[in-house]
Design a protein around this ligand. Sequence first.
Ligand code: SF4
Length: 413
Amino acid sequence: MNRCPSMLAPTPTQGGCLSRLRLVGGRASSLQLEGILEWIKDGEIEITRRGNLQHRSLLPPTPLVLQKLQDLKLIGSPETDQLRNIMLSPMAGIDTKMVMDTSLWAKEWEKYLQDHRELKDLSAKFSIGFDGGETVSITHLLNDVLVSAIDPASVVIFLSDPVGVVVPVQEVIDVLQTIVFLYMNFTKAATTKPRLKEMVANYGIESVWHRVEQKLGKKFDRLSKLTDKNPSFSCLGVFHQNNDAYFAIGVAIPSSRLAAMELQKLKQIADRFGTGELRFTPWQSILIPFVHRSFVAESLKQITEMNLSVTDQPPITACAGLACNSSFTDTQTNAKELSQQTKARSITIHLSGCARLCAYSIPHHFLAIGVSPGVYALYHDQKKLTECTDRELLTVVANYQNLPKANLSATKI
Ligand code: SF4
């Protein structure tokens, strides 16, 4: 079964299907949001860990909806739509500390995918992240290729390996195309669709860079990746933009889900006080950019009236649970049952229906993973504490409530 749903190829789920809309850089304009609202009707959307949008429905999107979304450039060509996995910092282009605006590269890469339908054979998980040196950083998030700005004239490109190459900005797209050329050849020789990291493991990173250099007739300096000392685990609050008059407001989205009415309301706030654009983040929150300073207070008031927060991470998050065929546990129902109690006890927890952890993106005290029907394994700081049934979960978690909050990388197993 195709494990990566798209708009043109939804995956079947228990009682319906799941469609995924790939937003380039997580961004949607006001007009595009109208199309998204038409698509989900009175349903809800789920924000994924790549800032994409998923929607569960009984039936796949109609041809009319697909055409509308295609006209709005929310769906790519039928052959390569599934490859539009392009991540940007939500603050790309507006961050006060950024070295360069990466949104132009995202557009260029989107066009490249659109124009090169022969790439259809690549793994649908092939992904690129463009980091412009923003304060809200995506450098530690998973991407097959990371293009990271060093200064206004150069970037370093990494491929699932700590050793990257330093490339002048004007040659970035050429290098990316060459990497994809090698990856295509590797894919053609394989029986299944390999991930890029398999090519790197097979050739060795130095051999990959050597092949890129040979094809382009150039040499690139090597640079080793440094550990990100300040990885971003959220994009919440009020951020100064690089233009003094404007701010961006990051809103937490409980359980990473929004009903159509809520999305409509956030769109209205963005239309009225910003440019109408919403940015869906890899931390499953929403950023409203370009809010003029004279409208920040009113925007915050209206967000609070929606019972949404710009400071608090949701204490409990959960993946799709039984709506997904892989789930052992009813994470959504269990999350609702736990939500009040966890708040009262200042405990935060993520519930995952299986070990794939699709929806796990922010730090929590605990991680509960479905391991058999109705049974969770409970983790803290990479250590498995115990296994328990969904009925016992709260009591078991309460027993461990004095443990410190672990950071994301430490909690991830
Ligand atoms: S974590 Fe597992 S159960 Fe949950 S949505 Fe992902 S694949 Fe499905």
